[in-house]
Design a protein around this ligand. Structure first.
Ligand code: HGY
Ligand code: MN
Ligand code: MN
Length: 436
């Protein structure tokens, strides 16, 4: 039974957390709006890997992070990294809190940046107090893969996977990842190394739920325990460009007609694999003139599934169908998977810590598997990781209409402050050798 004095101390602490969370949420909301105005394409939100807009985001966020008492740097992969307290050395126990600063084209104002700004707001809520460990807030330079097709460039650099063929991927202008980094100045001498500090002990990511589940359950927060695996690929159809007015229908080798027939089959095949999703999001048709039969078409393919074997089978079936359509039409087909990430289960101990923290803050939660990919899936094999989803009224994302309510940001920050307490206790037990 807790003593009355202990209860009052707890009540005072929870009240101060709730107040700090409310103030922090107002700042997060304002800052999401500020960063939403920073774009590579006026009229919509678009920020890509080490782009001019990304540079401006860094310039905007640095003073916020420095004013919070952080030492701020950019690493060799263009990740923005702030450490609190500023004098924390690399060996000090450390909690990483992060997400990504890049976006898809015509994005919303919260996917990615929300998680970075929540980390910053938690540091500010400490008001100069050090919770017994350092906090590193990371704004990853690329999670979406919008510029180079391959996702997670920032977090993969931090875990030592940004190398080899990945550095040679080229963007639409023909620049490689490595050239883009050098041009951004991320490869200069005083950039911090893109790696984990030795004292890093766990990773926490706040993220807008990119779906309708929390809203349907009237919950502010969700606890992510796993993320679906994902495959990305291209399917190229090579026919024969020819005059649109003089080529009889029976003599055509129309690459776009073949791609269109295949795309309708993609939906049918994906529906055969329960819990699979498959999307053709990009299509390029050449030469791209109204009066020329397309001779070349490239379609992107994105396939997700909670079970890796089912995802592999779905990708194979979809690629096979492209070859069937090509053979029937006399069209050459090339299908390649250039990226995949296996499904990930997050660390039970840290997931439970996040769940306890939310409960202590007074918020009921559900356990969720994320259909969307997140940097947490890259960090998880290297650091015990957890994710907290914030409700998304309307459930739409990768769209300007995505939204998060300020009160749910406050819920996330209150849970985050309780998480810091839980993490401090967890570290204490580890240092005391009490961990299994
Ligand atoms: O595509 C995704 O799942 C994430 O939004 N990058
Ligand atoms: Mn996204
Ligand atoms: Mn995201």
């Amino acid at each position: 039974m807790r003593e009355a004095s202990e209860l009052s101390t707890l009540a005072i602490r929870e009240a101060s957390y709730a107040a700090a969370a409310g103030e922090g949420a107002a700042r997060v909301m304002l800052r999401c709006a500020t960063l939403a105005k920073i774009t590579d394409k006026p009229g919509q939100i678009l920020r890509t890997f080490v782009s001019p807009a990304m540079n401006e985001v860094h310039r905007t966020m640095r003073p916020w992070m420095e004013a919070a008492g952080m030492a701020v740097g950019m690493d060799r992969a263009g990740n923005l990294r702030g450490v609190y307290p500023a004098d924390a050395d690399a060996d000090m126990p450390r909690l990483l809190i992060g997400s990504h600063l890049d976006t898809v084209p015509n994005a919303g104002a919260y996917d990615g940046v929300l998680g970075v700004l929540m980390g910053l707001a938690l540091v500010e809520s400490l008001a100069g107090r050090t919770p017994g460990f350092a906090i590193e807030v990371i704004g990853f330079s690329d999670e979406e893969g919008t510029r180079f097709g391959a996702p997670f460039l920032g977090s993969r650099a931090v875990v030592g996977e940004l190398q080899g063929a990945l550095l040679q991927r080229i963007d639409h202008a023909g620049a490689t990842v490595g050239e883009a980094l050098r041009e951004f100045g991320a490869a200069h001498t005083d950039a911090v190394d893109a790696s984990l500090a030795p004292g890093s002990g766990a990773y926490l990511e706040f993220h807008i739920e990119q779906g309708p589940v929390l809203e349907s359950r009237n919950l502010a927060l969700g606890i992510v325990e796993g993320l679906a695996g994902q495959s990305r690929g291209n399917v190229v159809f090579r026919g024969r460009a020819s005059h649109a007015g003089t080529t009889p229908m029976r003599l055509r080798s129309d690459a776009l007609a073949a791609a269109a027939e295949w795309m309708t089959r993609v939906e049918a095949i994906a529906s055969r694999f329960e819990n699979a999703v498959a999307t053709v999001g990009e299509i390029e048709a050449e030469p791209g003139a109204v009066n020329v039969i397309p001779g070349f078409v490239r379609c992107s393919l994105d396939v997700r599934h909670p079970e890796d074997s089912a995802r592999d089978a779905a990708v194979r079936a979809i690629f096979d169908e492209a070859h069937v359509v090509g053979r029937r039409r006399g069209i050459t087909v090339e299908a390649e998977q250039y990226h995949e990430h296996p499904a990930v289960r997050l660390a039970a101990e840290i997931v439970a810590m996040a769940e306890r923290a939310a409960k202590r803050a007074g918020y009921a939660t559900i356990r969720m598997t994320s259909g969307a990919g997140h940097d947490a899936m890259v960090m998880a094999p290297h650091l015990p990781s957890a994710m907290i989803f914030l409700r998304n009224p309307g459930g739409i994302s990768h769209h300007p209409d995505e939204s998060v309510a300020e009160q749910d940001m406050a819920a996330g920050l209150h849970a985050g402050l309780c998480f810091l307490d839980e993490y401090a206790a967890w570290i204490g037990k580890k240092e005391g050798g009490q961990h299994a």
